[in-house]
Design a protein around this ligand. Sequence first.
Ligand SMILES: Nc1ncnc2c1ncn2[C@@H]1O[C@H](COP(=O)(O)OP(=O)(O)OP(=O)(O)O)[C@@H](O)[C@H]1O
Length: 273
Amino acid sequence: MREPHLEARQVSHQFRLKPQSITVLDQVDLQLQRGQFGALIGPSGCGKSTLLRLIADILQPTAGTLTIGGDPPSRVRKRHAIGFVFQEATLLPWRTVIDNVRLPIQIARKSGLPSAASPQELIRLVGLEGFEQALPSQLSGGMRQRVSIARALVLQPEVLLLDEPFGALDEITRQRMNLELLRIWSEAGITTLLVTHSIAEAVLMADQIFVMSARPGRIIEQVPVPLARPRHLGLMREQVFFETENRVRDALFTQEIAQEPPSLQPRALPTQV
Ligand SMILES: Nc1ncnc2c1ncn2[C@@H]1O[C@H](COP(=O)(O)OP(=O)(O)OP(=O)(O)O)[C@@H](O)[C@H]1O
C-alpha cells in the first residue's frame, strides 16, 4: 500500500466560545493518494471548512496530526505549496486579472520564490485568454472563480483545497465549471480536496467521497467512485452514478434520521409472525 499524500489522523478541533468551547471536529481520519481528487460532504456546520483550514495551516488542530507528503501543513505552507480557493472569489478589485494571478508570486518572492507557473499560461488553462487586463468588476461570478483557481495554482502547489468554489453560481455555469475544474486538475495532477453540498457534484468530480456527520464532524463513510475518467455529464445518467449517489445519500440521511426526535422517526413496521 502506497503512503497517502494527504493524511488526517485522529484530528479533532475545538473552538473556544467563551465561557465554554465547542468541539467541531472529532477524531477525523482521511487519506488521499498523490494526485487523487477527494470530496468532503456533510451537513451545514459539521466542520468541512474548518478541516480545510486545518489542512491549509490557517488553524491548528486541538489533537491529532495532519501531513502532506509526510510534512506538517506549516512546513508545506512555508514553501507556498498549498493552493486554496474560497467560497467567494477574494480578488483585489483594483488589480487586473493577470495582476491578481501574479500576486502570490510577488508575495512569495520576499521569502525566496519557489518555482512558479506562468500566469499567462494559467489564464489560458482556466479559459480566460483575452481577459488579462480586465478588472474583477468586469467579470462574471464564474470568471472571477476561474481567476481564483489560476491564482491558487500559480505557485504550483502540492495540494489544492477548494471550499465550495461554485456554490454561488447557477446550475448551468456550475456544471461547466465542474468540467473545467476536472480538465485543469487532470492537466495539473494535483492532490485535490473539494468541499461541496452537492452529492451529484461530489460523484461527478471525485475519486473518493468523505461523508461527514453533523457536528462534531467525523468521517462516517468513505465512498469510492467507480467511474472512469475523463468524466463527462453523460455519466450522470448511468446506473453506477445513481448507485454511488444513493450510497452517499444513505450515509447522509441515516444519521439525520438518527438525530430526529423519536416522534419524527419512522416507526418500524410490525413484523409478521
Ligand atoms: N472562528 C470560529 N470561532 C468559533 N466557532 C467557529 C469558528 N469558525 C467556525 N466555527 C463554528 O464551527 C462549526 C463548523 O463551521 P464550518 O464553517 O467548519 O462548517 P461547514 O461544515 O463548513 O459549514 P457550511 O457547510 O455551512 O459552510 C460551526 O458551528 C461554526 O459556528
